[in-house]
Design a protein around this ligand. Structure first.
Ligand SMILES: [Zn+2]
Length: 85
């Protein structure tokens, strides 16, 4: 999912922190991706308020879906461990 920069129209990416992703595995990566700040290659860090209301609604929905997905994945892992024991 990519967003356009509200200032220059360029591509916006999420800031990555490999340390957090390694510590938390896939679940941590999903949660981190949901919470990561958005950065434009030209304009730098962007606030959520820089984006249109429509983009913000999409971000909020995607973030919620990612967190829910991470929790489901976590639950499946716990379930698998319990089932194997
Ligand atoms: Zn920009």
């Amino acid at each position: 999912m990519a967003y356009a920069c509200p200032k220059c129209g360029g591509a916006v990416s999420r800031q990555h922190n490999s340390g957090v992703q390694q510590a938390g595995g896939l679940v941590g990566a999903l949660i981190f991706a949901a919470l990561a700040s958005l950065t434009c290659a030209k304009c730098g860090k962007l606030a959520k308020t820089d984006f249109s209301a429509q983009d913000r609604a999409t971000m909020t929905r995607n973030s919620a879906l990612m967190v829910v997905g991470a929790l489901v994945l976590f639950g499946v892992c716990i379930g698998a461990i319990v089932a194997l024991n």
